[in-house]
Design a protein around this ligand. Structure first.
Ligand code: KIV
Length: 270
């Protein structure tokens, strides 16, 4: 069973770790068989499960439902879950909603933001809820950003992100997740903090890598982001003992992250 202590130990040893989003029991069981280290019950479910254009319509009840599905059938991975849009504007809301999501089986709560979350992070952590802070491209703020754009590109934006990371780690954050930031910035953040850093579209140097499950299975409409690789149709999966199965795609992702063959330079932003 993977815990936060396991991930901290992995960081010290330089052993990378895998993370996939998951929303239901069958895929959660396959991820257990494939030894995927961590699972994120992400509010991306609003898009890939519910068919919305963004994560904004997702509710706390949706996250509770999907977290229960996942946690009942995977006893190996550390389970992270999102608090969705507008469900943690006040510390009081954050406490009430964290309670519901952790009682459904989440072991870490993910919040999107920066230094402004510091008080909330301290309060929740002291109350027994480890927090992962998601920075960079934070999809709940898509309307503030004006689209899904790479973040932290200018010197000022990079310095602000680094200062936000230091603030939330000082406040007690247990994990950092960086989405769509230049690889050099993600590397600098990963080296600057003791807590494990998970990346998506953040280059090869973060401690962990996460992908949305549907994306890495090639189950998508239209254009995919440059950091996505289809592990299902990958020749190595087709030729493996898993004979091209979904479980094989999960195992190939996990092994590729650990051995450092995913992500490649073509998957990163500079
Ligand atoms: O909700 C989600 O799936 C996420 C990942 C994109 C990191 O936040």
């Amino acid at each position: 069973m993977i815990t936060l202590s396991t991930l901290k130990k992995y960081k010290k040893e330089g052993r990378k770790f895998s993370c996939l989003t998951c929303y239901d029991a069958m895929f959660a069981k396959m991820m257990q068989n494939a030894q995927v280290d961590t699972i994120l019950v992400g509010d991306s479910l609003g898009m890939v499960v519910q068919g919305n254009d963004s994560t904004l319509p997702v509710t706390v009840e949706d996250i509770v439902y999907h977290t229960g599905n996942v946690s009942r059938s995977n006893k190996h991975a550390l389970i992270l879950a999102d608090l969705p849009f507008m469900s943690y504007v006040t510390v009081e809301d954050a406490i009430a909603n964290t309670r519901k999501v952790m009682q459904a089986g989440a072991q870490v709560i993910k919040l999107e933001g920066g230094a402004e979350l510091s008080e909330m992070v301290t309060t929740l952590t002291k109350a027994g809820a480890p927090i992962c802070v998601h920075l960079g491209l934070t999809p709940q703020s898509v309307n503030v950003f004006g689209g899904y754009k790479v973040q932290g590109k200018s010197d000022d934006a990079a310095a602000k992100l680094m200062s936000d990371v230091h603030a939330v780690v000082a406040a007690g954050a247990s994990l950092i997740l960086l989405e769509c930031v230049p690889a050099s910035l993600a590397k600098a953040v990963t080296e600057a903090v003791d807590v494990p850093v998970i990346g998506i579209g953040a280059g090869a140097d973060t401690d962990g890598q996460v992908l949305v499950m549907h994306d890495m299975l090639g189950v998508t409409h239209g254009r995919t982001a440059r950091f996505v690789h289809d592990f299902l149709t990958d020749e190595r999966n087709q030729k493996s003992e898993y004979a091209g199965s979904v479980e094989g795609a999960f195992a190939l992702f996990h092994n590729s992250v650990i051995e450092g063959s995913y992500p490649q330079a073509e998957h990163q932003f500079n």
